[in-house]
Design a protein around this ligand. Structure first.
Ligand code: 1GP
Length: 245
């Protein structure tokens, strides 16, 4: 089964939880342990990637360790064209739709496409929109962030993603954000655009995870909480709230 089909099957039954593991934040062995912990907490899929410090060495070692330790599918989220490798199960072929830097809109993807084809990796297209505060990813990509209260603009971005033909959309408040994507924005996007909707950035509590799910998120992503070494009970509470079980 493809990773895309795995996600669509899960989404058809309810909201998924994805754990984001940044290969730059810990050695691969430690990443494997985090993935195993997250699998026990109920996570459905592991996203690997980050905004800086990604190399083919740390990305491939992390993807391998995560897969071996958790048995969960591993999908590249972000990263660089040079770091794509055969340890990945799939790649989110992303366009940062509101980046003002063409490297993140087209040129990086043009570099990555032949590598993905040569390795025979599954590629899943995704429109990625950065919402205020945006954090590091907004700075690195020179994004024109969507304001927390700019709901119409967020919906317009989502509609454009649909018209571009993206398979998934991701609305991102930025890793470590003090405010996640507002539930009202999630609800408005979901009511206008029928694409699988991924929400991440600043989700660190069961309340925030539940709010994203109830507003219509199909996949809720958490990263910082995992990196900060939250205890097993907290991780399980956030994953359960994201999934509604
Ligand atoms: C970042 O959306 C993800 O790309 C996760 O954000 O680290 O704030 O959980 P956090």
């Amino acid at each position: 089964m493809t990773v895309k089909q795995y996600m669509l099957d899960k989404i058809a039954k309810g909201t998924m939880h994805a754990a984001l593991i940044d290969p730059d934040k810990q050695p691969a062995e430690e990443a494997g342990k985090l993935a195993k912990t997250m699998k026990a907490a109920g996570t459905d899929i592991i996203f690997v990637g980050g905004s800086s410090g990604i190399t083919i060495e740390n990305l491939s070692a992390t993807a391998k360790a995560v897969k071996e330790a958790s048995g969960l599918p591993v999908i590249l989220f972000g990263g660089t064209p040079e770091s794509i490798n055969k340890e990945l199960d799939a790649v989110f072929f992303m366009q940062i739709v509101n980046s003002a830097d063409p490297r993140f809109v087209t040129f990086g993807q043009v570099m990555a496409a032949p590598v993905i084809a040569k390795l025979g990796l599954e590629s899943i297209s995704m429109g990625y929109v950065i919402v205020e505060p945006g954090m590091t990813v907004a700075r690195v990509t020179s994004a024109k962030v969507v304001g927390q209260d700019e709901i119409e603009k967020a919906v317009a971005y989502a509609m454009a993603c649909k018209m571009f033909g993206f398979e998934f959309i991701y609305f991102e408040a930025g890793s470590g954000a003090d405010r996640p994507v507002p539930p009202a924005m999630i609800k408005a996007i979901k009511s206008c655009v029928d694409l699988p909707l991924i929400i991440g950035g600043g989700i660190r509590t069961p309340e925030a995870a539940e709010a994203a799910r109830l507003a219509g998120a199909d996949i809720v992503v958490t990263g910082t909480l995992i990196e900060q070494g939250a205890d097993d009970a907290k991780l399980k509470a956030v994953v359960s709230a994201a999934k509604g079980n």
